[in-house]
Design a binder for this molecule. Structure first.
Ligand code: DP6
Length: 349
């Protein structure tokens, strides 16, 4: 059987989760290289399920999201695949039918590019694996690298628990090209992430634009230095179960991200009024030093409340209840630390 005959009619499907950054990736160099290292927690419920089917023929992409043709994202995937064809020349000889769906509300401001591109990258790696079989370790490393080329944060979604991405001169384990899973203490193994969905509107400024504004940012150097410190400290805190340090870094990183947006040229703000009210409430609760939680934000107005599962009742009664009282219509998504992507199957038709 020739190689092409083997792949003609091949289809594969993966389910891949989103992740929430504990140490933020904000600022990049050409080639999707992060300007500073980042750490994230992989989620469980917020996922993208993607099926990729390929047929021998001229290169084309037919992408549908939840049953609808998505022209804008389809163009992004086309560019992504074209770029990857230098690494995987077989791409040029196939037409792609890609079907995708999210388990969370569409554009709920959750890092959907992370789940989307990690699922796509896993499908591509499965196809590549038909050509050149890879060891399990090499498979996930390759998937993480391919995911990064689609969306930086996606490379971290390949792994369960916590993952780190970006080189660190004090530790050779980490790379700019792919993420690496990191060990966590059992005290961090049952973390819950309650996502407070303040707005489902499309972001005013895209993450790509935000990254590019870090190039000439007045605080770039200080930020990248801070990120390197947060990176090392968070890895230690996660490995040793130092919850207080983990909580402090998580809050500082979320708020720093938004302060970098405010001090960009031109400045921009992704907070909504509700974001500010809730942050003030959370900081007031934290200052009383009695509530065991942390919180963070990605590039949007939504807030991730992170705490141990055993504190769920306490959090519901003392924190979430107060937020619901202030903003009765607000949507909450209950997520938690997850076990990483799942293989949904493959077949040859
Ligand atoms: C704030 O990974 O979405 O979520 O590489 O341009 O696709 P691109 O950016 P993206 O940026 C994520 C930024 C962030 C922080 C993080 O996840 O580390």
């Amino acid at each position: 059987m020739t190689l092409n005959k083997t792949l003609d009619g091949f289809s594969v499907a993966w389910s891949s989760p989103s992740n929430i950054a504990i140490v933020k990736y904000w600022g990049k160099l050409p080639g999707q290289i992060p300007a500073s290292p980042s750490v994230s927690m992989t989620l469980d419920q917020c996922r993208t399920n993607t099926e990729m089917a390929i047929q021998k023929g001229p290169f084309s992409v037919d992408f549908s999201f939840e049953g609808n043709q998505e022209v804008k994202f389809s163009e992004r995937i086309k560019r992504y695949l074209t770029e990857l064809s230098s690494r995987m020349p077989w791409i040029n000889d196939y037409s792609f039918v890609i079907k995708s769906e999210n388990s969370f509300p569409h554009s709920a401001g959750i890092a959907s590019s992370a789940s989307a591109f990690s699922a796509l990258a896993l499908c591509l790696t499965s196809i590549q694996n038909q050509i050149t079989p890879l060891s399990e370790l090499a498979f996930y490393k390759e998937a993480s690298l391919l995911a990064r080329l689609g969306s930086g944060s996606a490379c971290r979604s390949i792994y369960p628990g916590f993952a780190a991405w970006g080189q660190d001169e004090t530790n050779e384990t980490f790379s700019d090209h792919y993420a690496t899973p990191i060990k966590h203490d059992s005290r961090l193994s049952k973390l819950v992430d309650t996502i407070i969905v303040i707005s489902q509107k499309e972001k005013r400024v895209s993450s790509s634009k935000g990254h590019s504004l870090m190039t000439n940012h007045p605080y770039a150097e200080a930020r990248f230095l801070q990120a390197r410190h947060s990176f090392r400290d968070s890895i230690q805190a996660i490995a040793n179960g130092n919850i207080d340090l983990f909580n402090d870094i998580t809050i500082s990183e979320g708020l720093t991200l938004h302060s970098l947006m405010l001090s960009s040229t031109p400045p921009f703000m992704l907070f909504e009024p509700e974001t500010v009210t809730i942050i003030n409430l959370l900081l007031a609760l934290k200052s009383r030093n009695e509530t065991p939680f942390t919180f963070t934000l990605d590039a949007g107005p939504n807030i991730h409340l992170i705490y141990d599962e055993s504190d769920s009742s306490y959090m519901n009664e003392n924190v979430i209840f107060k937020i619901k009282n202030l903003f009765p219509g607000i949507l909450f998504i209950n997520d938690k630390m997850g076990g990483g992507p799942t293989f949904l199957g493959e077949r040859l038709t």
